[in-house]
Design a protein around this ligand. Structure first.
Ligand code: UD1
Length: 422
């Protein structure tokens, strides 16, 4: 297992290119199951999660061709047995999204209940509720969801009791081939949902309203061949922006979509960073002191939970105390004790963390615990004096493409080393 070594304490200066969004790419890949014609995706990030899902799709009978340079051609001409086993689904929660498309296309499926990041219980009750409303009969047995829709799926009105990104996407994927009209209410509004809807429409689906809280889907009989470019990763964009604010200096993020991160830009400006956004790029600079700002995670367009850990790393350096409240996931402060090893002063009480700054962070060995938490340790390491080594970086490889290369291009002293020789 590799480690990442960072010699911190130097400002970042340079340009970093943003990849396609992991959270979009995974749902777009699942959409390929709906069609017997090819779907070619561009700007697909080379990530462990994308590889896992590619393996699962291949097992389901999809021809998965990596054409290089981020192009992935997925062709589900004939599907194999619609069964997604535990070994493949447990690695990543988003694999569960194959369930809806399989029921829609094959009338039946058996999919393992998901695994994924250890950030709270993360149930799938809303996913199942939506699929049942569309006419699937669902049974849970020995860790598997066994679903049947012998007469096919039919459009329905579904009111989600709470906003869920995954359940909104899953319902949309299943409803595309259902008979008649589906109306989804109280939907999540994250940009990845609009990306999925736009791609489905490019494939011949009739989805409207994605990105608002009501989505309407007119079922169609068949989808056709399509090409789609994955939206830029707003979490990666936000992560490098926070890294630049923490380390100081000036960084340009190319290929980004600044409109997907307004909540972050607002908070970073209040924290003392300078943000200049243009079409397809954003520049972050900081030379003065960092100010303490309170945040609360919220569904889009609020401050994203996927940037909470990174922002906590920044706040350890701020002048004063900041309160960070996590409202989306329970148990999502696992990075706090690791940040403390670098000298941070953080008190966690329930879903609130109080971060008292400023401290002078000092490099130390730390361990990654989940995808976003681990990158907060990298950010702290960039700002810390001396050497920080982050172990268990398979978590990072799930969600950040060529992290060390990109940060090195941005001026960081960072490298990957095999664990044994580190
Ligand atoms: C997605 C993102 C993840 C991000 C999250 C919130 C992907 C692959 N992952 O996760 O990076 O942190 O959105 O922006 O896109 N819930 C239920 N029942 C359900 C489903 C969800 O109670 O059936 C709850 C969850 O426990 C959580 C909340 O709803 O408290 C929001 O979760 P959700 O939006 O579904 O997150 P994911 O789609 O899993």
């Amino acid at each position: 297992m590799d480690r990442i070594l960072i010699r911190g304490g130097r400002p970042l200066n340079g340009t970093i290119t943003i990849s396609g969004a992991k959270n979009s790419a995974l749902k777009l890949m699942a959409a390929s199951l709906l069609s017997d014609a090819p779907l070619t995706l561009s700007r697909v990030p080379a990530l462990a999660d994308v590889r896992f899902l590619g393996q699962l799709l291949a097992r389901l009978g999809v021809s998965v061709e990596d054409e290089g340079a981020g192009r992935l051609r997925l062709h589900a001409r004939d599907l194999a047995e619609p069964e997604a086993p535990y070994e493949l689904v447990r690695k990543m929660r988003a694999s569960f999204n194959v369930l809806g498309p399989l029921i829609a296309r094959e009338g039946r499926a058996k999919v393992s209940l998901p695994g994924g990041c250890a950030i709270g219980a993360r149930p799938v009750n809303l996913h199942l509720m939506a699929l049942e409303a569309l006419g699937a009969e669902i049974e849970l047995s020995e860790g598997y969801v066994i679903a049947r829709a012998p007469r096919g799926l039919a459009g329905a009105r579904i009111v989600f009791p709470m906003g869920s990104v995954g359940a909104t996407e899953h319902a949309m994927l299943a409803a595309v081939l259902a008979k008649g009209e589906t109306v989804l209410e109280h939907c999540a509004r994250e940009p990845e949902i609009a990306d999925l809807a736009d791609c489905l429409n490019a494939m011949g689906a009739r989805v409207s309203g994605a990105g608002t809280d009501t989505i309407t889907i007119e079922g169609v009989d068949r989808l056709h061949e399509a090409e789609w470019t994955v939206a830029p990763d707003r979490v990666e964009t936000g992560t490098y922006a926070i890294a630049a604010a923490a380390a100081g200096g000036r960084v340009r993020l190319d290929g980004a979509e600044p409109d997907h991160n307004h909540a972050l830009w607002d908070v970073l400006r209040r924290a003392g960073a300078e943000i200049t956004a243009g079409a397809g790029h954003v520049e972050i600079a900081r030379s003065g002191p960092i100010r303490a700002v309170d945040i609360q995670t919220e569904p889009f367009p609020g401050f994203p939970t996927d940037l909470q850990a990174q922002f906590m790393a920044l706040m350890t350096l701020a002048d004063g105390a900041s309160v960070i409240r996590e409202t989306i996931f329970e148990n999502r402060f696992m990075h706090a004790p690791e940040l403390t090893r670098l000298g941070a002063r953080i008190d966690v009480r329930g879903n609130e963390a109080i971060v008292r700054g400023p401290v002078r962070l000092k490099g130390a060995p730390v361990m990654a615990t989940d995808l976003r938490a681990s990158v907060s340790l990298v950010i702290a390491g960039l700002a810390a004096e001396g050497e920080t080594s982050v172990s268990r970086i398979y978590h990072l490889d799930r969600g950040f493409e060529r992290l060390e290369e990109k940060l090195a291009a941005g001026g960081a002293d960072i490298e990957r080393r095999p664990e044994e020789s580190a």
